[in-house]
Design a protein around this ligand. Structure first.
Ligand code: SF4
Ligand code: SF4
Length: 360
């Protein structure tokens, strides 16, 4: 999930996936839809015409590398028309050699989902038959790093690994990883049955484990971050790019501003501000909705505007706050307490730490 400085258009490439992660928020929408490449081309032209950024991020819903042809077509078009583009990919990391080669040739930053320790990875993120995935994912992480690609790890924190965050930093560091985001999972209607082996950790356990891991990471030259700390390095008016809004294209033809709305038909609708028209080959943008999204700024958040760390949080993640409270213009109490606790221990406004890349 990006901060406001993440300057790219995002594309939910497909709803298809070949892993069976039990906490996956997209699991109820799982099928084999693929992004309409014509839609993506028009949206890229719109975005690149409006902003100077030349960045494309491929992500889930499902697993983008299952549809290399769609990504290939989109990048060929973008590079021919707009020149060099910075490419970011979010992947489960369980791909074959051909895919590995394509990534090496085409992608600048790869975010691999790995839950920090082999035993946890294999419980959280098995394949469809329940088989282990740690070996192939860890092998691909090492191959990517060896080839000079910037690799960050997205690590989901549950009750299984919440007390093992120091161990996670050490283990991933031993694979050559320099950037890790350890994010506590939260329950939604889509994933709340999860797995009997684990559940959502308390914010107290999460922040305690995070602070210890942060210290360890600093000591060994690794960046360890959280979705709660993404704005700690400098002041902001908006929590993330969803409230600019920047586009995320869904496989069912909508322009969403937030990762939590990866399918227009499933919503939440509040983050939808455009719709592809395949007859006219145009995107109809909803300007009124863009204005509403953009107005989620610190000055319009009554519960946050006088907060002492307000400029380093700006109301926290709009998507999660909306899912938990049903409103964009409020805050979630537990998230707020966790953010304040981390802000008490971590320096604010100190500039970026070495190795940091923006939260995916
Ligand atoms: S508001 Fe949406 S896009 Fe932004 S950090 Fe939250 S989930 Fe991610
Ligand atoms: S820490 Fe809490 S009150 Fe302060 S800006 Fe964040 S959500 Fe709002």
């Amino acid at each position: 999930m990006p901060t406001m400085n993440a300057k790219y258009i995002s594309i939910f490439v497909t709803t298809d996936c070949d892993l069976g992660c039990s906490y996956c928020y997209a699991q109820q929408g799982r099928d084999d839809n693929v992004i309409d490449v014509e839609f993506a081309k028009v949206a890229i032209d719109d975005f690149f015409s409006k902003y100077p950024h030349r960045g494309i991020r491929f992500q889930g819903g499902g697993e983008p590398t299952l549809r290399l042809n769609a990504m290939r077509d989109i990048l060929d078009y973008s590079r021919n028309k707009w020149g060099e583009v910075n490419v970011e990919l979010q992947t489960h990391g369980a791909f074959d050699k051909e895919t590995l080669k394509w990534i090496k040739d085409n992608v600048n930053i790869v975010w691999v989902s790995h839950d920090g320790l082999p035993d946890v990875q294999n419980i959280h993120r098995p394949d469809m038959q329940g088989g282990k995935t740690n070996l192939i994912v860890e092998s691909n992480i090492k191959r990517l790093i060896e080839s000079g690609i910037t690799v960050g790890i997205r690590c989901c924190i549950t009750t299984l690994n919440v007390d093992r965050q120091v161990e996670i930093v050490d283990y991933l560091s031993s694979l050559g990883v320099k950037t890790i985001y350890g994010d506590n999972i939260f329950s939604t209607d889509a994933n709340e049955y999860m797995n009997h082996l684990y559940s959502v950790p308390s914010w107290q356990d999460y922040t305690e484990g995070f602070i210890k891991a942060k210290k360890r990471a600093k000591k060994i030259g690794v960046f360890y971050g959280s979705w709660l700390t993404v704005n700690f390095h400098s002041e902001t008016t908006h929590n993330c790019s969803s409230c600019i809004p920047y586009p995320r294209l869904t496989t069912d033809g909508y322009v969403s501003s937030c990762d939590v709305t990866s399918l227009g038909k499933d919503g939440p609708d509040i983050f939808i501000y455009g719709k592809w028209n395949s007859n006219t080959k145009q995107i109809n943008y909803n300007k009124k909705q863009s204005v509403i999204l953009n107005s989620r700024s610190l000055e319009n958040l009554d519960r946050c505007k006088h907060c002492s760390i307000g400029p380093y949080c700006a109301g926290s993640c709009a998507g999660k706050v909306y899912l938990k409270t049903g409103s964009l213009f409020t805050m979630d109490h537990e998230t707020c307490k966790a953010t304040k606790k981390l802000a008490h221990y971590l320096p604010l406004g100190m500039g970026k730490e070495e190795h940091e890349i923006e939260h995916p």
